[in-house]
Design a protein around this ligand. Structure first.
Ligand code: ADP
Ligand code: MG
Length: 206
């Protein structure tokens, strides 16, 4: 399963950890793969710490940019689509969660391939992590349309549902009701791992 988003910083890593923990609580084995990491963050380590699932990263680059640009600037080799697909196919867990970088069409590697290309190559479904507030209906619709035209099945997870939702969040939730929907509470990423793992399945429609 691809875990993508409407943008960078929408909560993909926390959502990946929650999906991993929810599936593990249901008895499945899970592996997390961060496709490409840029900058100082370590999303694989964050997902592993919160969920307890093994996690690894296929390529990392120092500049906090889209991976293809970060590869260009670093002089390190850009990741090939076939390498990412092979790594996903080699995983032996019941579920393999592939976290992209940035939004769906952000260029990840050699030739500018993106997470949508990887989902097509693998024939796997996608989870779109979206913001809760104003602007998310457009970003979510654009992302779902791009997945639908590639025949990639998709569900939506709101990355950080506020403790006190305002009218924009409440109405967005109504408008997204037709989608298969999850909602991760804001602050979930700050829970201790045990509490995170106990609650994760309640946040998702697994
Ligand atoms: N549900 C949440 N609870 C707590 N913090 C969150 C939550 N969702 C996102 N964040 C915070 O927001 C920032 C972006 O989240 P992250 O999962 O790294 O986004 P992405 O992977 O899409 O770039 C991080 O600092 C993260 O800790
Ligand atoms: Mg992330």
């Amino acid at each position: 399963m691809l875990v993508t988003g409407t943008d960078t910083g929408v909560g993909k890593t926390i959502a990946t950890a929650a999906i991993a923990a929810g599936l593990m609580a249901a008895g499945a084995t899970v592996e997390v793969v961060k496709i490409a990491q840029t900058g100082d963050d370590d999303d694989a380590a964050t997902a592993a710490r919160l969920s307890g699932a093994p996690a690894r990263c296929l390529a990392s680059y120092p500049d906090p940019l889209a991976p293809s640009a970060a590869a260009r600037r670093s002089g390190l080799p850009a990741l090939k689509l076939a390498e990412a697909a092979d790594a996903a196919r080699a995983a032996t867990a019941d579920a393999v969660l592939l976290e992209g970088a940035g939004g769906l069409l952000a260029p990840l590697g050699e030739g500018g391939w993106h997470a949508g290309d990887l989902a097509v190559e693998l024939g796997c479904p996608a989870v779109v992590v979206a913001r809760a507030g104003l602007g998310t209906l457009n970003h979510t619709a654009l992302t779902l349309e791009a997945l639908a035209r590639r025949e990639v099945a998709a569900a939506v997870v709101i990355g950080a549902w506020p403790r006190r939702p305002g009218p924009a969040e409440t109405e967005n939730l109504r408008d997204l009701e037709g989608e298969r929907l999850g909602r991760i509470p804001a602050g979930a990423g700050d829970l201790d791992p045990e509490a995170f793992r106990m609650s994760a399945k309640d946040w998702l429609d697994l």
